[in-house]
Design a protein around this ligand. Structure first.
Ligand code: SME
Length: 159
């Protein structure tokens, strides 16, 4: 993927989210656009933090057995705990990895932050090894920043 593709995806996403005030719909749109536009993004999902667990929200790809991930588990738990993006080029070489599909080779997890508070995260798996680079990190961190105020404003969220 080149920078141009990623910039186009971010532009479509920004436009789509501008028209979407409902947080759940905004998350669904973001997941759908990323999954559709970037073929190496095999599984795209959003986890939301509830207490000390990450709970799976909208996703596209094969159903995951990991619908609730404790903060101490997985690459997802590590990214939320560190409050930082994690890119894993070879998931099978990472002892933290919780397998979702045997085809998955690489993963990126980007926290969705409201100030210093973790609201959740965007998790993307690829069947390609080392599929995620700097342009992917920039794109997904921008998407997380677009979603954060919508999720933070959701009245039903108890964090
Ligand atoms: N691989 C993640 C678990 C989520 S599934 O990939 C959808 C992890 O290690 O935390």
């Amino acid at each position: 993927m080149n920078t141009h593709t990623h910039e186009g995806v971010l532009a479509s996403l920004t436009a789509a989210l501008r028209a979407e005030s409902d947080p759940r719909s905004a998350m669904e749109r973001a997941v759908a656009i990323l999954h559709l536009e970037l073929p190496s993004y095999t599984w795209v999902g959003i986890y939301l933090l509830e207490g000390d667990e990450l709970v799976l929200g909208p996703f596209l790809g094969k159903p995951s057995p990991h619908t609730r991930i404790p903060l101490g588990s997985g690459i997802c738990g590590a990214a939320a705990t560190k409050r930082a993006t994690i890119i894993v080029d070879d998931v099978n070489a990472d002892p933290r990895y919780l397998a979702c599909s045997i085809e998955t080779k690489s993963e990126i997890v980007v926290p969705i932050m409201d100030g210093g508070r973790v609201l959740g995260e965007i998790d993307i798996d690829s069947d390609r090894p080392a599929a995620f680079g700097a342009v992917d990190r920039t794109l997904i961190e921008a998407v997380a920043a677009l979603l954060a105020p919508r999720i933070a404003a959701e009245p039903s969220r108890t964090l």
